[in-house]
Design a protein around this ligand. Structure first.
Ligand SMILES: CC(C)(COP(=O)(O)OP(=O)(O)OC[C@H]1O[C@@H](n2cnc3c(N)ncnc32)[C@H](O)[C@@H]1OP(=O)(O)O)[C@@H](O)C(=O)NCCC(=O)NCCS
Length: 178
């Protein structure tokens, strides 16, 4: 008999949650200056990150927080946009997801990174209550760096949300005390 509990809690690598979503910026996706509307990009980011979180834990997931989003370069109409999402750390029921956004040069195929977003998702049961998620085992240098920083980002997010006292954020405080 298949042990579903075991399948769900087996630690996973970030590559196992990799989710790649490619979109084209159509006229309806642009703002008043002809660039990709930020809200549209956030929709693509949220969906791509949700699929990555779901691939990691095999559960229904919800967005708990959008921790960071940067719009580093405008994205023009007709651009081909690729979003790459991976789980960067798993806690008890929550997961941090990193989304890297690239624009593709149609002539050369070369990709330029133009945005980055970090989100927190939570696995839930049929009643909306949080469920445990598998641990994450980083492999590459960048995965390890993101894994290491995730605890501080989680503490900052919980402080902003009024869910944690600043004095309890030991790892975040240590960043300023060096
Ligand atoms: C997210 C949600 C399930 C959390 O439920 P809750 O009853 O507050 O549960 P908890 O307090 O146990 O928090 C669950 C986890 O979320 C984390 N979390 C909650 N808010 C967070 C925030 N702002 N930043 C980072 N992590 C957060 C907690 O730290 C906890 O993580 P852990 O289990 O890994 O330690 C609940 O608030 C919810 O359903 N929110 C609405 C989600 C939604 O509708 N999203 C948009 C559409 S998908």
């Amino acid at each position: 008999m298949v042990n579903f509990a075991l399948i769900h809690m087996t630690p996973k690598k970030p590559s196992q949650s990799l989710t790649i979503n490619t979109e084209v910026v159509l006229p309806n996706d642009t703002n008043h200056v002809g660039n990709l509307f930020g809200g549209k990009l956030m929709q693509w980011v949220d969906i791509t990150a949700a699929i990555a979180a779901q691939r990691h834990c095999g559960r229904v997931v919800v967005t708990a927080a959008i921790n960071h989003v940067s719009f580093d370069n405008p994205i023009k109409q007709n651009s081909v946009v690729t979003l790459e999402a991976k789980v960067s750390r798993a806690f008890s029921s929550s997961m941090e997801i990193y989304v890297d956004v690239y624009v593709e040069n149609p002539a050369t195929g070369a990709k330029t990174k133009c945005n980055e977003a970090i989100l927190t998702f939570v696995a839930i049961d049929q009643n909306g209550s949080p469920l445990p998620v598998p641990a994450l085992i980083p492999e590459t240098e960048i995965e390890q760096k993101r894994f290491d920083g995730a605890l501080r980002r989680r503490q900052l997010s919980l402080i902003i949300a009024g869910r944690m006292k600043a004095e309890d954020a030991t790892e975040l405080k240590a960043l300023f005390e060096k």
